[in-house]
Design a protein around this ligand. Sequence first.
Ligand code: ADP
Length: 465
Amino acid sequence: MRVLLASSEIYPYSKTGGLADFCHSLIKSLREKEGIDAMGATPLYKSVDIEKFKIKNTGLSVSVILDSREYTFEIFKSKDTYFFYNEKLFGREHIYGPAGQSYHDNDIRFGGFSWAVAKAVAEGLISADVIHANDWQTALIPVILKEVFKSSVKTVFTIHNLAYQGYFDRWMIDRLHLPPHLYNMEALEFWGMVNLLKGGIIFSDFVTTVSEKYAKEILTQDYGWGLEGVLNKYSFKLRGILNGIDYDTWNPKKDKAIWVNYSHADIQKKFENKKKLCEVFNLDFEKPLISFISRLSYQKGVTLILESIRELSYLGANFFFLGSGEYAEHFRGISGIYDNIVSITDFDDTLSRRLFASSDFMLMPSIFEPCGITQMIGMRYGCVPIVRKVGGLEETVKDISEEGWGIVFDNPSKGEMLCAIKRAIDLFYNRKKFLSAVKDCMRLDFSSDSMAKKYLQIYRELTGL
Ligand code: ADP
């Protein structure tokens, strides 16, 4: 079976969040564990390192009409991914736009990419039995395959975050040269606008989201972002599948970016990483280190953190914030003020790995969280999670008071978050209990292999292969 996984980001080629991790680990597990011919399809951004990843031009290309102009995408290929290149659309500094903003022509950029992928498959330039599209950026692929090419290729669509739906004005239908009948309540129309995610839900053969809990949450008004009606209507083809992480990519035993490699059998070596990090950032090694590695968006509970800075500065713990995005300015503002708080506003894979290796706790006070990859990586590296009970966080973290391995709080309030942090600090000083929680976290299995098996079952159900 040939599976094509289309996404606006795929690790290690490009990444702004968990979507990139998901695609990488699913492709890898399908290829290496299941023997499936799975390939990625993604735009070739300026930032992708062509030499390092041995990305070669296939000599194939596909042309599409966007806004009455012809755009040609050259098709490149690495060992596991096809890259679609058009310099005008993707030869830019950022993936979506400068910090927290979007390029004004993202409809043309990602709509054009979706057109190109659909056309390449429909015309046989790339062969696929199943196309698995992800989030609004590739939601037009199932729409175009069905409504333009009348293709029989099966499509799966995964919603990674319902908060981002790809809304554009109604004339996008014309700009993208889509059939006019798609501007319809039963298709892409949404309150006088065009909603690409809605199209992905309606026109794909199967819809998944990234945890079982989130699959239930998005059917409600609180978490449905206005699409709960559509999702309820199509719930017969909706399933929640918990994301997993690739256990080779995220492995403290082998990670080349960290100072000292370790496993749950030699946990003291983890603390050598902490020692080094504390030296570099001038932090007190004896205190618990609580980290927050995240997109700096409202969803992640950043306002709870920002409102609590004074209280955090009085606590007997160190805090390390590493993030980029919308609230970067606010986090930049607190850097260098408090002895126990480090705040770095950057996207830095190496530093994130060192933080996972050095931290005692991983803080995720999310307002909503479809799955959350960060807590899974954190646990793999022996960080005890402090999380709000929501979405994938609820599914992956059980409170220590209920024979679990983390600290869980119910409501997204400053008070509840601070209580949870104080419980974490108490746990840290109860060394026996703390070390046992660290080891419990490291022994959990959130590897992507079981996720890949579940997706493969869906592909098989759809294709009969
Ligand atoms: P989301 O996809 O909603 O952003 P997830 O927790 O699912 O959140 O995945 C986030 C991924 O991005 C994790 O791999 C996390 O380590 C990584 N990440 C987030 N912010 C940064 C950053 N500033 N630097 C490096 N890695 C980051």
